[in-house]
Design a protein around this ligand. Structure first.
Ligand code: C2E
Ligand code: CA
Ligand code: CA
Length: 545
């Protein structure tokens, strides 16, 4: 007898298998997600499911199909719907229903297994899971005849996006991002969602210019995405890239190196990328060391304020100082450029700044108590503080504790801050100025929006960035230096007309002093007068009893 069965017999067998396995089935229209069919088990669990209507509860599952348009497996947890603690393994495939390839059949069952084990595809975004990516990695490299590179993309401040705009918006960003990146994947290349807001891609390496083109395209499309869907959200992506050295590169090593490159993108507020180099790895290790030591360093009082005086250019007399932190570690002196960016990234800067403020304010209080005439000291405030609504009250608490009038301090905020949240920043500055604290814009002239700051923000002092002065060749009158001189001269004139006081930092030579005086700058700070020094030295050199 031939081993063939009729369709009817086949259907009976299928039915028995389905019944015995507790499989929940439904079919949806590929375009509208309307339910076209569901089986009894499905209705038992999902009581509100209805033919002819999209089923909101499973929206997330259905949306993820859009990204794949194909066959896949996913694992999802639907506790909120089914009231149980089970996860579901869900599979789906395109199916001809009323027309050609017009529907998806989605079938799943509850499972006790651990998430990840069975899932090749990330449910939310439709791209591979990290586990699946890893499984395919070796196979691809073994066959490879070309060079490969690994990208790891990380959406900046994703938690903040979720917290502020809700998980729906966060999910949509992830889905769009996945779709966008997926567009770059060709044969023998891979993409996955690594975790929350990180994606990885294994691509053929076609030279650095090609890498940059991908990054540029991602930036461009994200910008459009942002304009179209999330107008108020700035989506920045940090990308770490590792160019594989050979085909035997181990998966963990490749991921690790791309991650090192990604993590090295510190505190940058633009979409940006880094390619792994051994020097970069060294820098990252250095930063790790800094992070490991920071808490004990604070407890051991290793962070100390140095003071650099500011001078009136005309009278040549001291008129103030700036507090600049130094880390006196047991083995060496560490300068702010090495640790401030790390602390800005991990948030420790807000703690460190207040530790420095306290030391400076305590010193001012001491001077007052001893009857020593002293000058105002400016304190650097990191961008992290503008989100802290308690900043002003904490600062005033310190002033009260040491009985220091607020006229003896000034707060410096760096110009880079002004491209950020304008409302937050204005609130921050207003809160300080309302109480009478002077606020200055540090590093003025380094951002593109410099002139807008003059008209948009209520501040007292403009601190012209040292780069400005250093670019000008005072000994030459060639076209370039002429232009630089004209720009700085008119900035100063404009700032004066708008009633800002002007300080120029980084003054290193007598010629620069003369030039600055000539264009109307009143106050200078720089090595020509004095380098930053300990409080003790400062007191000995500049203060009178
Ligand atoms: P900044 O606020 O622009 O400080 C001026 C920097 O220029 C200081 O570097 C100072 O030592 C240096 N400098 C002073 N005179 C001259 C000069 O004539 N020529 C040149 N080339 N440089 C000069 P420093 O102390 O290494 O600080 C670097 C940056 O770190 C500061 O730049 C500031 O942004 C940040 N920083 C320093 N201390 C603190 C702090 O306590 N809190 C925060 N949040 N940031 C700080
Ligand atoms: Ca400063
Ligand atoms: Ca500065």
């Amino acid at each position: 007898m031939p081993n063939t069965i009729s369709t009817e017999q086949q259907n009976k067998i299928n039915q028995i298998i389905v019944d015995s396995q507790d499989i929940h089935i439904h079919i949806i229209d590929q375009k509208t997600y309307e339910i076209l069919y569901y089986n009894d088990r499905m209705k038992k669990v999902f009581k509100d499911i209805e033919i002819g209507k999209p089923f909101e509860v499973l929206n997330e599952v259905h949306r993820s199909l859009e990204a794949t348009k194909g066959f896949g497996t996913s694992l999802c947890v639907l506790d909120n719907v089914t009231g149980g603690e089970n996860s579901w393994v869900v599979r789906y495939a395109p199916i001809d229903w009323a027309g050609e390839n017009d529907a998806f059949v989605i079938y799943g069952r509850r499972t006790e297994v651990d998430a990840g084990e069975h899932s090749d595809m990330d449910l939310l975004t439709g791209v591979s899971t990290f586990t699946h990516f890893k499984e395919q990695f070796d196979g691809i490299l073994k066959k490879a005849t070309e060079d490969y590179c690994m990208f790891i993309f990380d959406i900046d401040k994703f938690a903040y996006i979720n917290d502020t705009w809700g998980y729906d918006v966060g999910d949509r960003i992830l889905q769009k991002m996945a779709k966008l990146l997926h567009g770059y994947i060709k044969e023998e290349e891979l993409i996955c969602r690594m975790g929350e807001d990180r994606f990885a891609m294994l691509l053929k390496y076609k030279g650095e210019a090609a890498l940059e083109r991908i990054i540029e395209a991602v930036d461009f499309i994200l910008e459009n995405l942002q304009k179209q869907y999330f107008s108020e959200i700035k989506i920045s992506v940090m990308t770490g890239i590792y160019i594989l050295e050979d085909k035997d590169d181990l998966f963990n090593n490749v991921v690790n190196k791309a991650n090192i490159a990604r993590k090295s993108i510190k505190g940058s507020h633009k979409n940006t990328f880094k390619i792994y180099t051994p020097e970069l790895e060294k820098k990252v290790l250095q930063e790790k060391m800094i992070e490991e030591r920071m808490i004990s360093a604070l407890e051991n009082n290793e962070f100390v304020p140095y003071l650099q005086p500011k001078f009136n250019l005309h009278t040549k007399k001291i008129c103030g100082a700036e507090a600049l932190v130094r880390w006196q570690a047991y083995d060496r002196m560490i300068y702010p450029d090495e640790f401030i960016p790390v602390f800005e990234k991990n948030g420790f800067i807000t703690v460190l700044d207040f530790a420095i403020y306290e030391k400076v304010i305590q010193y001012l209080g001491d001077c007052l108590q001893k009857g020593i005439t002293t000058h105002p000291i400016s304190l650097n405030a990191s961008r992290e503080h503008i989100k802290d609504s308690d900043f002003v009250s904490k600062l005033f608490g310190l002033l009260a504790k040491y009985d220091v009038p607020l006229s003896l301090i000034e707060i410096e905020v760096t110009e880079g801050i002004f491209v950020e949240d304008k409302i937050l920043l204005n609130n921050f500055i207003c809160a300080l100025r309302e109480q009478g604290v002077q606020v200055s814009v540090d590093d003025f002239g380094t951002a593109y929006s410099s002139l807008n700051i003059l008209k948009d923000v209520e501040i007292d002092v403009i601190k012209i960035d040292k780069g400005f002065l250093h670019n000008i060749d005072l000994s030459s009158d060639n076209n370039e230096s002429m232009k630089d001189k004209v720009v700085i001269k008119h900035i100063v004139a404009m700032a004066k007309e708008l009633n800002f006081s002007i300080v120029c930092e980084g003054v290193e030579t007598v010629e620069q002093v003369e030039f600055l005086k000539g264009i109307g700058v009143e106050i200078g700070q720089g090595y020509v007068f004095a380098r930053p020094m300990t409080i003790q030295e400062f007191q000995e050199k500049f203060l009178l009893y």
